[in-house]
Design a protein around this ligand. Structure first.
Ligand code: ADP
Ligand code: GN1
Ligand code: MG
Length: 367
């Protein structure tokens, strides 16, 4: 849909205030299409919104997904109000359609939602300093803590087996076997690296299955750019991108932030010499996350945190490599071999974490 059509749709279909003056592509998400909408009100003031086209190829049950978000944000808003916080800034607010629905489904099957823009905040695609990363950790830990009494059984599983590393491994092996676009020969080394770590893929799933660690309501996509940071205080004020809030493991939430934020290189860095796990950032995040969780993690979970970081990084490497082998059908790409570059950074990080394993365990011991 072109910009003019999107503007018209935004104004006609959603309960937004004022006239749509501007609309532009926004943010760096890999899944949805996000737009910033600027409206001019009668008194001359402007108001901003976020319009998102939800990826129906990836999310098969958008109604269930939106119900999750409506219910989770309503639950969080009550808690935010109870402690004197600002419910419009500390969690997402869905702007309903003019006919009172929480998202719009067009005749062509495309689905859109509108969110209130969280003002006076910014979002980071890379860690600027240790303090930012620590602050994001407190916010993700707090998110986990705030949802610890949320009724998990009422949540719809928006992507089945999302962080089931064993099933991700099976998908990866199938992609290798099928080799639909003849890329397998280019990545034999990376494939072998993953196959050599088959046992790691089972560790967290096994620990959940045996009851050693609990299933919790988790975010499941805890990248740094899924948190809004307050301009004034520098604190992580709002956890966004709630599409994958589902029952899961705290180890994956913790680990996903480490994989993305504690890396010294970007997720798609082409020079692998620049990619490693920064131990100062690792320690700062671990400290912040534990503080944010306020004692809600079990001893076993805490001891397994480094395993969470390693396993999710391996899983993400597998997911990027699977997509590369399947001709780039899942993640948005901006250049040739983008998914291959991404996969390689993840595997480089896994190797580096293995080298730093004792240091990582020592950090857990200290904290
Ligand atoms: P994706 O699933 O594609 O990652 P996100 O929901 O994370 O989509 O949104 C993409 C980006 O848009 C975010 O990283 C953030 O910069 C921005 N964004 C999303 N929601 C809001 C919001 N309510 N207020 C301000 N910015 C937002
Ligand atoms: C996707 O939507 P975004 O960009 O925040 C993906 C995550 C991956 C991440 C890798 C629904 O997250 O699982 O970890 O890319 N989201 C989905 O950068 O698959
Ligand atoms: Mg996102």
């Amino acid at each position: 849909m072109n910009v003019e059509k999107l503007k018209q749709m935004a104004e006609e279909k959603f309960s937004i205030l004022g006239k749509v003056e501007g609309l532009e592509v926004f943010g760096n998400g890999h899944i949805n299409d996000t737009y910033l909408v600027v409206c001019r009100m009668e008194d001359g003031m402007s108001r901003r919104y976020i319009l998102q086209h939800m990826n129906g190829e990836i999310f098969k049950n958008i109604q269930g997904l939106m119900e999750n978000i409506v219910n989770v944000t309503a639950f969080l808003k009550k808690k935010i109000i109870a402690v004197g916080g600002d419910p419009m800034r500390e969690t997402l607010t869905i702007i309903p359609t003019r006919d009172g629905r929480n998202y719009l489904e067009n005749e062509d099957g495309s689905s859109f939602r509108m969110l209130a823009f969280i003002e006076d905040t910014f979002c980071l695609d890379a860690v600027r300093n240790t303090q930012d990363f620590y602050n994001s950790a407190v916010a993700f830990g707090n998110f986990q803590y705030s949802l610890s009494d949320y009724p998990a059984e009422t949540l719809c599983e928006t992507i089945p087996n999302f962080h089931n590393t064993v099933s991700r491994l099976a998908d990866f092996k199938k992609a290798v076997e099928e080799d639909v676009c003849g890329r397998r020969k280019i990545v034999e080394k990376e494939i072998q690296f993953i196959l050599d770590r088959e046992a790691d893929c089972h560790v967290i799933c096994d620990a959940i299955a045996s009851g050693e660690i609990p299933l919790r309501v988790t975010h499941n996509d805890t990248k740094l750019n899924n948190i809004m940071i307050d301009n004034r205080t520098g604190k992580g004020i709002c956890v966004i991108d709630l599409d994958t809030v589902m029952p899961g493991s705290a180890l994956y939430d913790y680990g996903d932030s480490i994989r993305f934020g504690a890396s010294t290189g970007a997720e798609d860095e082409q020079n692998l010499d620049l990619v490693s796990c920064d131990m100062e950032l690792f320690e700062a995040y671990t400290k912040g996350f534990l503080e944010g969780c306020r004692g809600s993690l079990t001893k076993t979970e805490i001891q397994m945190l480094p395993m969470g970081a390693k396993v999710i990084t391996l899983e993400q490497g597998m997911r990027f490599l699977t997509d590369y082998l399947q001709n780039d059908v899942y993640y948005k790409i901006q250049r040739e071999n983008h998914n291959l570059d991404r996969a390689r950074t993840q595997l480089k990080l896994v190797a580096d974490m293995e080298e730093k394993w004792d240091q990582m365990m020592a950090v857990i011991g200290r904290l």
